[in-house]
Design a protein around this ligand. Structure first.
Ligand SMILES: [Zn+2]
Length: 391
């Protein structure tokens, strides 16, 4: 029997390297693929090798003038504009080519699903959700998932749900489809008053032609696994049941982890694993089983990202890794070689419970004020009752 999912990967994707001390270091991708392989998750899996996306493909979302600036930036010296050459988005060699390959990764995943070759596809290099039409933003040059969604809309899909569980607001994808009723974007993130990019409030609900097509769940700092999952379940399944997407696209940033150096939510690897399993179930229930998964943020490079995204890949392939699985010594020895002072965890778990009490319509927990605010902002636009927990 074939596997339920495909994995897109090529070591050339490590070329998206913002250099030096930049937090988005490609080692996180390399260590993830090594850990997944060492645990046997990739046994018998033929990795699909992406090409660089063409200009025409990237220009589905981005301005031609911006592409020209990205292409020329490594030769241009300073002041190239378009958000390039900043500390967040430094210019690097082959920036266009490396960024186009990330777009190619998510496009290949989309094509695999659209062709019927697979129901699910995952590419952890994708998920650069902040990139805007004419500028780089938040470590992101080209918006691979927006390009993939745009391509899908021209290739047989009329209703696509985008689910963003990165700690930062999925602003670039939201902006690309804010007034498009064919795309429902849902982002759960740390409250934008306390974190980049400063958008993603509950009252951002879509443009005049697409009321309710954007959903934002701004969670207070220190939100942990239980409260995060309580909010997710109080908002997301109802909207998917009503919207009936043909495909679920998920950005799976893991900078929600309590050890992440750039943000202040308090999830665990166990919470991440629970999220992926939930998203898989929702794809089966409401999206015909079609699930395109990408990576995203995540800056605890050694201790968190490889474990969390190995769980992601395993979940896509129905090869779930038990939380208590010991980290293989072959992998920890490799990490020790490149980072001798790192203290590595022992297992694929942080030992946290992911139990939570479902929201019951009352104000029982701190996160419930956010749940009510979000539901009241957006549920009526979908014909749902914001105050009835059965909706
Ligand atoms: Zn992020």
């Amino acid at each position: 029997m074939g596997l339920p999912g495909s994995v897109v990967w090529d070591s050339a994707l490590l070329g998206y390297d913002l250099g030096g001390e930049h937090p988005l270091h490609p080692i996180r991708l390399d260590l993830t693929m090594r850990l997944a392989a060492t645990l046997g998750v990739l046994d018998g899996v033929e990795l699909l090798v992406p090409q660089e996306a063409t200009d025409a493909e990237i220009e589905r979302i981005h301005d031609a003038g911006y592409l020209a600036a990205v292409r020329e930036a490594p030769m241009a010296g300073w002041d190239v504009g378009h958000g390039l050459g900043t500390s967040d988005n430094p210019v690097f060699d082959n920036m266009h080519e490396a960024s186009a390959r990330v777009v190619g990764s998510s496009l290949l995943a989309a094509r695999q699903i659209a062709s019927g070759a697979t129901k699910r596809a995952v590419g952890i290099a994708g998920g650069l959700h902040h990139a805007m039409r004419d500028h780089a933003h938040g470590f992101c040059v080209y918006n691979d998932l927006a390009v993939a969604i745009s391509w899908l809309l021209d290739n047989g899909y009329e209703r696509i749900a985008y689910l963003d569980t990165d700690v930062h607001h999925g602003d670039g994808v939201q902006a690309a489809f804010y007034d498009d009723p064919r795309v429902l974007t849902i982002s759960l993130h740390q409250n934008p008053l306390t974190l980049f990019p400063g958008t993603g409030f509950a009252d951002e609900t879509g443009g005049p032609n697409a009321p309710g097509s954007a959903v934002n769940v701004p969670l207070p700092p220190n939100t942990g696994d239980g409260a995060w999952l309580r909010a997710f379940h109080a908002v997301v399944p109802s909207l998917l049941a009503e919207f009936r997407p043909q495909l679920l696209v998920s950005q799976c940033g893991v900078d929600t982890h309590h050890e992440d150096p750039l943000a202040s939510l308090s999830l665990s690897v166990d919470g991440h694993r629970a999220i992926y399993r939930t998203v898989r179930t929702l794809a089966e229930q409401y999206a015909g089983g079609n699930w395109l998964a990408a990576g995203g943020g995540g800056y605890a490079l050694l201790r968190v990202v490889p474990r969390s995204w190995t769980h992601l890949i395993a979940t896509v392939l129905d090869r779930d890794v038990a939380a208590g699985t010991t980290l293989p010594s072959e992998w920890t020895r490799f990490v020790d070689k490149i980072a001798p002072t790192a203290e590595l965890p022992l297992t694929m778990s942080d030992g946290r419970s992911v139990d939570f009490e479902p929201w019951d319509g009352e104000d029982g927990e701190r996160v419930d004020s956010v749940i009510k605010e979000v539901r009241r902002a957006v549920f009526p636009l979908h014909g749902l009752d914001p105050d009835d927990p059965r909706d």
